[in-house]
Design a protein. Structure first.
Length: 311
């Protein structure tokens, strides 16, 4: 008696051809076709043609009932697709093709396209937390201040020429003149704290770029955001972040405030500092940040990654 062929599952592949680490188009297409044949997928490959297009493509795939969405791009492209999903119905995966590929590193996804697809499709689908900055979602982190100012100063050309080093160059250049800021932070239902700071990071995951774990105790499944405030103002306050963070000694510093909360509210009399979400500059800084518990289904090769353990 012959075995029946498994039904094919629709899968949408959203490709950012301008991503800093994008593989050759023919290599990527070969990998997608091979994975589609191996895992019985019907592959619909869509290419982005402008910033924000991945949001529209993800929304269209969800509305069409497509259960699997893979993003071939960097963390910014993944963030765009995330913001196109209205529910947790589709399972989201990634083919790392960006400059830093932080989510792929957190989830243990290999860099090579076919290896990335195989690892995820043979792995598990789990529900993870999503950060909310106003009405915009983030998967990795939101941050204010020095780093956001540096991110805003990195253009596509610099990223193509220097790759990850572009952010180091921008951070040093901005840090030498960044004045810092003062604002009030309120964690959950507690009274507000007034802080002078050079940078604030709200992490849903651990790695900041591929450089350091600024929120090394964060979990993507615990329903909390980890908040790290680098206190003090002026160039020295900004630049002293770098060596301590690289050595993972910053949480023990008297110049650092570390808290975990479900909601963080921010106010500032002199205007909010620059903000970035998942490595891309945010146009409008948010004042109300919170977490949506287990609001996104993602592919992960191994569920025993540290970031998927509830702390």
């Amino acid at each position: 008696m012959s075995r029946s062929t498994p039904a094919r599952r629709p899968a949408c592949f959203i490709v950012n051809p301008a991503a800093g680490g994008a593989p050759a188009p023919d290599k990527l297409r070969t990998a997608i076709d091979a994975a589609a044949a191996e895992f019985h997928l019907t592959a619909d490959v869509r290419y982005t043609d402008a910033p924000g297009h991945a949001t529209d493509l993800a929304a269209e795939a969800e509305q069409a009932g497509v259960p699997l969405i893979f993003v071939a791009g960097g963390d910014g492209s993944l963030n765009e697709a995330l913001n196109g999903l209205a529910t947790s119905a589709p399972t989201l995966g990634v083919i790392p093709a960006g400059t830093a590929n932080v989510w792929a590193r957190e989830a243990g996804v290999p860099r090579a396209p076919l290896a990335a697809l195989r690892a995820q499709l043979r792995g598990d689908a789990i529900d993870v937390d999503v950060g909310l900055a106003g009405d915009r979602r983030f998967l990795l982190m939101a941050s204010f201040g020095l780093d956001a100012a540096a991110v805003a100063s990195v253009g596509p050309g610099l990223k193509r020429r220097l790759g990850k080093a572009a952010y180091i160059v921008a951070g040093l250049r901005v840090g030498l003149r960044y004045p810092g800021f003062q604002l009030e932070l309120a964690f959950d239902d507690e009274p507000a704290h007034t802080v002078d700071a050079s940078m604030i990071v709200l992490g849903n995951t651990r790695w900041y770029g591929s450089l350091a774990q600024l929120t090394p105790r964060a979990s993507a499944v615990d329903g909390m955001l980890d908040c790290v405030v680098f206190k003090g103002r002026g160039p020295w306050s900004s630049l002293r972040i770098i060596p301590r963070a690289a050595l993972r000694r910053h949480l023990d510093s008297p110049h650092v405030l570390y808290r975990r909360a479900k909601r963080i509210r921010i106010s500032a009399t002199d205007g909010l500092p620059p903000m970035q979400l998942d490595g891309d500059a945010a146009v409008d800084p948010a004042v109300d940040l919170r977490v949506a518990s287990r609001a996104l289904t993602v592919f992960v090769p191994k569920v025993d990654q540290a970031v998927f353990r509830a702390t």
